[in-house]
Design a protein around this ligand. Sequence first.
Ligand SMILES: NC(=O)c1ccc[n+]([C@@H]2O[C@H](COP(=O)([O-])OP(=O)(O)OC[C@H]3O[C@@H](n4cnc5c(N)ncnc54)[C@H](OP(=O)(O)O)[C@@H]3O)[C@@H](O)[C@H]2O)c1
Length: 222
Amino acid sequence: MGPEPQQSLARLGTDYIDLYWIHNPADVARWTPHLIPLLTSGKVRHVGVSNHNLSEIKLANQILGEAGFRVEAIQNHYSLLYRSSEQAGILDYCRNQGIPFFAYMVLEQGALTGKYSPDNPLPEGTNRAQAYNGMLAQLKGLTDKLASVGRSQGATAPDVATAWAIAKGTTPIVGVTKPYHIDGLVRASSITLTSDDIAELEALADAANVNARGWWEREMAV
Ligand SMILES: NC(=O)c1ccc[n+]([C@@H]2O[C@H](COP(=O)([O-])OP(=O)(O)OC[C@H]3O[C@@H](n4cnc5c(N)ncnc54)[C@H](OP(=O)(O)O)[C@@H]3O)[C@@H](O)[C@H]2O)c1
């Protein structure tokens, strides 16, 4: 919300924002204090931060904490191919602090659905083709395993990739583009993955040896 929050609220046709996401960590120390009057007045009910590393999350939490508020949601790229938030300790931090972690791009924009392959690549000329078409051959072992785990439970590869993110304690945000994708989300919520399934999927993801970091993301290492 800009310098005139009242005008932003009026344009949105609401009196308050339920969850205000800070999309990127431009300058946590500089901008976070500006949220406090909005939280105090009730114009913003909850604050979440996206694409922040662990020290940035802690700093935002500390600044809000001094005023009696806290970071109440995290949203980072997290998928079988991109587990930087786990490796950097952000998932553990969220679990310990009781902060929900929202995983975005759990399907790597379609590359983990098994629908795309070197013979049937993502549509040329799109950003996702540029990001993923060069790695589709390496993803076959992983997507085949996702599909076979899915078959054993009446589900599909993307359902299992989503179920994996749920099993890791996150709440996936999936970009559905077709009505039947919603059925996949429903199935994903009832898939049971064993620790062996999870270990095998993660080993195949590591073996693919690809870097799925988005162009807008910085390294998560603290
Ligand atoms: N905070 C951030 O910086 C940030 C960055 C990126 C994304 N996000 C959030 O994350 C959300 C998801 O990201 P995303 O849409 O880019 O990637 P995604 O969820 O990894 O992938 C979405 C793609 O997967 C395919 N798909 C989805 N459900 C499917 C299903 N059940 N079966 C088969 N294919 C399925 C669709 O491909 P087809 O269309 O080819 O069928 C869709 O375009 C976004 O909407 C956004 O809210 C946040």
